[in-house]
Write a protein that binds this ligand. Structure first.
Ligand code: ZN
Length: 230
């Protein structure tokens, strides 16, 4: 088992992938909560992006994760959500949840690590956040979840010229967080990101399935993100 508090790798300036297309429709209705759980970035929204932070929800459904964005007290937010294997969207699409141009609230302001952007704080302002739906304890990640997460990172690597760090939430906030957890196959994930073995994966390149053909996700009570403020 790997220790999630050590999960990090850096993206080389060379071998930046060509533009990657994601199948990432907005999670239905998610736009209504942006005003309360996102912030204008303090850095340039393209050139200021330095890191992608990998999370797991500690819940069992996409709707449970989205409920954290919508709650009144201590909302949290993230840019993408990778569905769990028992959800209809699994294998087809990842959900876009917050505009990349805005800071989502997925890491506490006080959290930082000297290995990541020189130890700078206020990570949300210069990072993008990916949540993978996973209960963490005794819950394996599917191969597709790892592949889909890697594909999002490759999309970001192609788009953001100063993006360098790919890091776990656990490394940035080890006293409070352990996500994405020991079951997340970080070595395979790293290899997929750096080598790009899944750039042509049909399920990830294909057009998104129309939402009308997908059943509604079941509800879930918990999520590992937050509390975070700007
Ligand atoms: Zn997290």
């Amino acid at each position: 088992m790997e220790n999630p508090r050590l999960y990090q790798f850096n993206l080389p300036q060379r071998n930046r992938p060509p533009d990657i297309i994601l199948s990432d429709p907005w999670y239905p209705g998610v736009q209504s909560c942006w005003e309360r759980c996102t912030t204008k970035r303090s850095v340039d929204p393209i050139y200021g992006i330095r890191a992608v932070v990998i999370h797991a929800t500690a819940g069992t459904s996409s709707s449970g994760a989205i409920s954290v964005m919508k709650r009144r007290d201590d909302p949290a937010s993230f840019h993408w959500l990778v569905p769990d294997e028992d959800e209809a969207q699994h294998g087809h699409l990842v959900w876009a949840c917050a505009p990349e141009a805005l800071a989502a609230w997925h890491v506490r302001n006080a959290a930082s690590h000297p290995d990541v952007n020189g130890g700078a704080g206020r990570v949300n302002h210069w990072s993008l956040g990916i949540e993978v739906v996973n209960a963490q304890k005794n819950d394996p990640f599917s191969d597709w979840q790892i592949e889909a997460t890697a594909r999002i990172v490759r999309y970001c690597w192609a788009k953001y010229p100063n993006l360098k760090h790919v890091v776990s939430h656990a490394k940035l906030d080890p006293g409070r967080r352990s996500d994405p957890g020991e079951h997340f196959d970080w070595l395979r994930f790293k290899s997929l990101v750096l080598v790009g073995g899944n750039d042509e994966l049909p399920a990830l390149v294909a057009q998104a399935t129309p939402l009308s053909r997908l059943r509604s996700p079941a509800s879930s009570p918990c999520c590992d993100v937050g509390p975070v403020t700007d």
